[in-house]
Design a protein. Structure first.
Length: 53
């Protein structure tokens, strides 16, 4: 398990997505935020083929 708090910014989110993929052979995403505040993260994860659980 890995957790990291980041600002709601596209560049920071993309950097963190890349960092997570670099750290592990398999990555599963869990998003514990509902509503519009998670929209950027969910959009970027989908664009990279990731499917949050």
């Amino acid at each position: 398990m890995w957790s990291k708090k980041i600002v709601n910014d596209e560049a920071a989110t993309l950097d963190t997505i890349g960092e997570a993929f670099a750290l592990a052979q398999a990555v599963e995403w869990a998003v514990d935020i509902a509503g519009t505040s998670s929209a950027l993260l969910l959009t970027l994860l989908a664009a990279h083929g990731a499917k949050p659980v």
